[in-house]
Design a protein around this ligand. Structure first.
Ligand code: HPA
Ligand code: ZN
Length: 336
């Protein structure tokens, strides 16, 4: 099964590029840029990854990204991840980036865009990996600041596929960003938003109604609202679920208790994703393997989930056709 899941052409729709920063690269970049971290070794960094909830993770995540300064840093960060991802059978990566977190540290929009763009070109030519970029807004910051970040990104519009919404969810409903997302729509960008990770199902509704999102990131609390589940099913809305993230941030106590099987049973359109692989104990393949262990899913189920991601990804139709073909070539025995 491991070989099968590795070979499965996996498209990743929910990933924070800053969340791919492995402790080794964090230490190396701290050294290269003269940044002082509160950790003396890679082991100490790893020891700090014992999270209680989303907030306790975000503290460590924003601290970690303080080592990123130059375009080369962003290029190294993304290439480091793209290589690992490609080695485990990932064929397409859509990365969120948090510009406000970098602008606040004095890193220019042009710097991060240039570094990510270089990595994306290399991913396409060196790894046959397609990529997309999602400009994410920090929902615990004012909407005006998000709008300002969006305007600063306009010169890079060609490189952007969508806007997203992340960071501390509870107390920051999607509606707060209605104006920002309307502007993104005017600019021709698709919209996605984190909702229903720690926040209530009402936030998922609000993301659909007020932000006009095509996908909901996480969305695992939708099951608490039957009418919402029916709507998500009827509209075939895509949810980007991140099993190991939910486990590590204690959204669920054990993976066996994760709502994923019930969500599948309810007929929802789901994808599997890694969210912040450096912090949550594994990349795409680890997430697929963890689901296999916890839920005993068949090859057919994993193939369906991989297919959902290929259908929902921001990619050219030529690329989508190529990935569909690769998926169709996977041998799945009847009922297997
Ligand atoms: N949720 C919200 N914000 C985030 C996450 C997440 O899982 N990862 C990085 N920023
Ligand atoms: Zn996320």
């Amino acid at each position: 099964m491991r070989d099968f899941l590795k070979a499965l052409p996996k498209a990743e729709l929910h990933l924070h590029i800053e969340g791919t920063l492995e402790p080794e690269l964090m230490m190396a970049l701290a050294e290269r840029n003269g940044v002082t971290l509160p950790y003396a070794s890679v082991e100490e960094v790893r020891a700090a990854y014992d999270f209680e909830d989303l907030a306790s993770f975000l503290d460590v995540y924003f601290q970690g990204m303080s080592v990123l300064h130059t375009a080369r840093d962003f290029e190294d960060l993304a290439m480091d991840y793209f290589r690992r991802a490609a080695a485990e059978g990932v064929v397409h990566v859509e990365m969120h980036v948090d510009p406000q977190a970098h602008l606040a540290r004095g890193v220019a929009m042009d710097t991060l865009m240039e570094g990510l763009e270089r990595a994306r070109r290399r991913a396409a030519s060196e790894l046959d990996l397609s990529t997309a970029l999602i400009l994410a807004f920090l929902r615990d910051r004012p909407a005006e600041e998000a709008l300002e970040a969006l305007e600063q990104a306009v010169p890079h519009l060609e490189r952007l596929d969508a806007v997203g919404l992340d960071s501390a969810e509870v107390g920051h409903p999607p509606g707060k960003f209605a104006v920002v997302f309307r502007r993104a729509a005017e600019l021709g960008l698709a919209r996605v938003a984190h909702a229903g990770e720690e926040g209530p199902p009402a936030y998922i509704r609000e993301a659909l109604d007020r932000l006009d999102v095509c996908r909901v990131d996480h969305g695992v609390r939708c099951l608490e609202d039957e009418a919402l589940v029916e709507r998500l099913r009827a509209e075939a809305r895509v949810l980007t679920v991140c099993p190991l993230s939910n486990l590590r941030l204690k959204v669920v106590e054990r993976l066996e208790a994760h709502p994923l099987p019930a969500m599948l049973e309810a007929g929802l359109t789901l994808t599997l994703n890694s969210d912040d692989p450096a912090y949550f104990g594994g990349g795409m393949l680890d997430n697929f393997l963890a689901c296999e262990r916890a839920f005993g899913w068949s090859r057919e189920t994993f193939t369906r989930l991989a297919g959902n991601a290929i259908e929902a990804g921001f990619m050219s139709e030529t690329r989508r056709d190529a990935l569909r073909e690769r998926l169709a070539a996977m041998q799945v025995p009847p009922g297997g």
